[in-house]
Design a protein around this ligand. Sequence first.
Ligand SMILES: Cc1cc2nc3c(=O)[nH]c(=O)nc-3n(C[C@H](O)[C@H](O)[C@H](O)COP(=O)(O)O)c2cc1C
Length: 172
Amino acid sequence: MDLMEAIKTRRSIRRYKALQVPENLLREVLNAARLAPSADNSQPWKIVVVRDEQLKAKLGTACNGQKFIAQAPILLVACGIPEEAFQTVGGYMSSHVIDASIALDHLTLAAHAFGLGTCWIAAFKEDKVRALLGIPEDVRVVALTPLGYPDESPERTPRKNLEDLTVFDKYQ
Ligand SMILES: Cc1cc2nc3c(=O)[nH]c(=O)nc-3n(C[C@H](O)[C@H](O)[C@H](O)COP(=O)(O)O)c2cc1C
């Protein structure tokens, strides 16, 4: 699958087959995240790979009761590390959320290209996720995604027109 096709056909997947993800595919999608760009090449992120059934179920609860995420054989938790990040993006912000998000976006597109499903999850209680996974205080939870074989083929969701999302020369 070429890149534009992957971008155009990826969907958020909320139903998963009870099928394991082969280890080599898991490594491929994690490697896609590894190759992502980051501010000053700081790579200030870490992904926690969760396969333990009980932990996945508890994480579903910590994600505002989104139980479907535990249906997938793997849950990935993308963490940002402020201490390792570029501190002054635009003169005012740390890059850890941007960098972790780009890595996760690389991962979701690569997963789709390999026939795997994902779903960005940002509705979560950080303190609960942190406690379940032993994530230190100075590391931030940015987003999660289940990873597994899709058991649904969702329709494309609508997008704004390019004209509504793009301006030329001056912001208007
Ligand atoms: C930052 C972010 C947070 C999201 N959080 C959730 C979530 O907590 N639960 C969920 O089911 N989907 C979540 N989504 C998925 C969006 O609902 C989905 O991407 C959007 O509706 C477009 O659909 P598509 O991904 O199939 O193109 C999230 C997506 C993003 C980018």
